[in-house]
Design a protein around this ligand. Structure first.
Ligand code: AMP
Length: 400
């Protein structure tokens, strides 16, 4: 496998025209206000246009949708059968990807069909009959269509596995393998992932041909431009801390909790405090999730409460503040949660509320970020004072 890094200055100073994209696509980018390619776009687009298999290791929010979407839109014409397939881990990510493809492919009249679970299958049959050029799908529903022979993928030329590590975390490996076996061998494959666990490596060796690996995530760090803050409090003060943080900042805010039941509780508490708030987690129906996201996106409610599963991959521009009601269970989740702010080139803040019990996780988060997370205090909440172990032992001796 070939490994390539990208000189930062080249990635930042280039423009889209120099990557080999045609005028209609460049016009679409201008309409979107994308003036310069992000590093992953600068690296992936020329390789994809040249027909290479690519593995993109990139942080969340790095612009990977356009990195694969632009070459797809560039390469295909309308009306030749399904030529491109994008597999996405969640319905929300799939919907966002389709929206991008609709924009990029507008001048060429490229039609993209969305095949996701949790919604009625009938309209998908109808959409498939209208001869789409590209398919964006979650693995389970796509397999359903393959088995019913309602989607024809024999002419497929381009496959994208988006957020491969996330798809495997959700237990999609068997479905992905079955889908991949149903596709023509002669095709180009792009894979994007934030990490390369052995199972993802296994997919690479079995299903990709001489891929070029673009590694923009050497140290697993979250997006630049994020102000990480830690609020250490007593367990009983966590709710007061959340309410105080929400009262202080006015911008659009995403609040993460680990469990669905806690997300429901937090949403209710914030409603009682008079905040315009909605929630999103896996026990809510697809239409409720879509409605909550749309309302948040349009600013109808400035606060969205979410669990990790439902919220990974959500792309909402201008989320100013992420509040972790507690640190997530894994460092990867912290990076993913943080990636919901500072999208593209914007700046954002991540505030984590924690108690002394979370010490080990905080250490792991700090080592992933490569720096200490600044301790902060908020009005009306007594901070928990960290005491060095030796000093604490002295204090205890004195008290005894
Ligand atoms: P993605 O990683 O594809 O989910 O993209 C993250 C965010 O960055 C999205 O909100 C995009 O609209 C934005 N974005 C992607 N590429 C660019 C670009 N070249 N210039 C400005 N914003 C971008």
């Amino acid at each position: 496998m070939e490994h390539r890094g990208i000189p930062q200055e080249q990635a930042d100073s280039g423009d889209f025209a120099s990557l080999g994209l045609s005028q209609p696509i460049l016009d679409a980018l201008t309409r979107l206000n994308f003036t310069h390619p992000t590093p992953i776009q600068a690296a992936v687009i020329p390789l994809a246009l040249a027909g290479r298999d690519v593995i993109g290791l990139a942080q969340t929010g790095s612009g990977k949708t356009a990195a694969f979407g632009l070459p797809l839109a560039e390469r295909h014409q309308h009306g030749e059968g399904v030529r491109g397939l994008i597999l996405s881990p969640t319905r929300e990510i799939a919907m966002q990807t389709k929206d991008f493809l609709d924009l990029f492919g507008r001048d060429r009249h490229l039609a993209t069909v969305l095949l996701i679970g949790g919604v009625r299958i009938g309209p998908q049959f109808d959409a498939l009959k209208r001869r789409p050029d590209l398919v964006v799908a979650t693995p389970g529903r796509l397999l359903d269509h393959i088995e019913r022979r309602t989607v024809r993928l024999q002419g497929l030329e381009d496959l994208v596995l988006d957020e491969a590590d996330h798809m495997l975390d959700l237990g999609f490996l068997p479905q992905i393998r079955r889908v991949l076996r149903a596709l023509p061998d002669k095709r180009r494959t792009m894979m994007f992932s934030a990490t390369m666990p052995p199972q993802v490596q296994g997919l690479v060796s079995q299903f990709m041909t001489d891929p070029v690996r673009i590694d923009l995530l050497p140290e697993g760090r979250a997006a630049e431009g994020i102000d990480h803050r830690l609020y250490l409090v007593e367990e009983r003060d966590k709710k007061a801390c959340l309410i105080s943080l929400l009262a202080r900042d006015e911008g659009s805010t995403l609040v993460f909790l680990r469990r669905k039941i806690d997300a429901e509780w937090a949403c209710r508490q914030l409603q009682l405090e008079g905040h315009p708030v909605e929630r999103i987690h896996s026990d809510r129906s697809q239409s409720q999730r879509t409605k909550a996201l749309a309302g948040f996106r349009q600013g109808e409610h400035r606060v969205l409460v979410a669990t990790d599963v439902a919220a990974r991959g959500i792309d909402i521009p201008r989320i100013e503040h992420i509040i972790n009601f507690n640190p997530p269970e894994t460092v990867e989740d912290y990076i993913h949660r943080s990636g919901r702010t500072a999208r593209g080139t914007l700046e954002g803040r991540v505030s984590t509320i924690a108690t002394w019990r979370d010490k080990a996780m905080i250490k792991s988060m700090e080592s992933a970020l490569g720096k200490r997370i600044e301790r902060h205090e908020t009005e009306g909440v007594e901070p928990y004072r960290e005491v060095k172990t030796a000093r604490r032992a002295r204090i205890r001796r004195r008290l005894l």
